[in-house]
Design a protein around this ligand. Structure first.
Ligand code: YXS
Length: 262
């Protein structure tokens, strides 16, 4: 079953495996790649499938290089608007009526870190690394995205993760509550499938409603309209800034950015 260009889908009993097949762009989250993941999720949303595994190919050095920086707006436009493919994918995973497991091999960057934080269970190779990178580029990450990041690990921990934007180990990710398990590369696939198969034996309707209850409760945060508009105004100041343009330019020119706070 493979009517997709950028993912390979395999069904293992009641488990739907979506394997990334966009290595030419290091599985960066381009619109075309995300469209295929969304289509695969839609196609696998059938009664016979009880659990989903998102994974990169075995032995991948990069799980995903994050948002496709070529697709970030150059300036004067919200880089993470509601209809951005990355935003659509996180919402789809969180609302998906079956557990979605992220099985990680290789390095996880930026928007891909938020994607795995939006899945239900995160299982990683002991050699994988994680980095949340908006401050490398000067990107004013969006409110929902930040909310997705600060629910699992402690606030001080996530502030250091985001403000330093430096890759950290699977061991640290496990310790701070981002990962459910770490396994050796040899065991990763079999152990992840074991957990997925265990889920497949349980009552799917109860799982679906409890997952949705957890999402609704986790998102039950009040933020008054004035505060939200104030934050949006602050974000606009950032994506209109020279620093935002400098961050993108430095990436493409393969040099260290020089941020001036303007
Ligand atoms: O020089 P060419 O044309 O071959 O292109 C290079 C890279 O520019 C390109 N590339 C990307 N293109 C678009 N978006 C990306 N995220 C991206 N990452 C890489 O791929 C070609 C090969 O990259 P290269 O030579 O660096 O490969 P490598 O094996 O030496 O290193 C792999 C990485 C992933 C360690 C390295 O490419 C890297 O650090 N990439 C950037 C990772 C990152 O910072 N991602 C965040 C994207 S922005 C995002 O997710 C959010 C908006 S936010 O910033 O808010 O978190």
């Amino acid at each position: 079953m493979n009517s997709y260009e950028y993912v390979n889908v395999e069904i293992k009993d009641k488990v739907g495996v979506i394997e990334f097949n966009y290595l030419k762009k290091l599985n960066s989250l381009s619109e075309c790649f995300i469209k295929d993941i969304l289509k695969a999720l839609e196609d696998l949303n059938v009664d016979e499938i009880r659990c989903i595994i998102l994974q990169a190919p075995k032995g991948s050095k990069v799980f995903s290089a994050g948002h496709d920086i070529n697709e970030l707006p150059k300036t004067h436009r919200d880089p993470l608007g509601y209809q951005d493919p990355l935003r659509i994918l996180t919402r789809t995973i969180q609302r998906y009526p079956k557990p979605v497991i992220a099985m990680i091999q290789g390095s996880v960057w930026g928007g891909a870190f938020e994607i795995i934080m939006s899945t239900d269970i995160v299982i990683a190779s002991d050699k994988s690394t994680f980095a949340m990178t908006p401050v490398n580029l000067g990107v004013p990450y969006n409110v929902v995205g930040i909310h997705n990041l600060i629910r699992d690990a402690g606030l001080h921990i996530m502030k250091e993760v985001i403000f330093t934007a430096t890759p950290f180990s699977a061991e640290k990710a496990l310790k701070i509550g981002i990962l459910n398990h770490i396994f050796s590369d040899d065991e990763l696939e079999s152990k992840t499938l074991e957990i997925a198969n265990l889920i497949c034996e349980k009552a799917p309707l109860a799982i679906a409603v409890i997952k949705e209850e957890m999402r609704v409760l986790c998102e039950a945060n009040t933020i008054n309209p004035d505060e939200f508009e104030r934050i949006q105004g602050l974000r606009r100041y950032v994506y209109d800034s020279l620093d935002y343009q400098e961050g993108l330019a430095a990436f493409f020119e393969k040099r260290k950015p020089v941020f001036i706070g303007k």
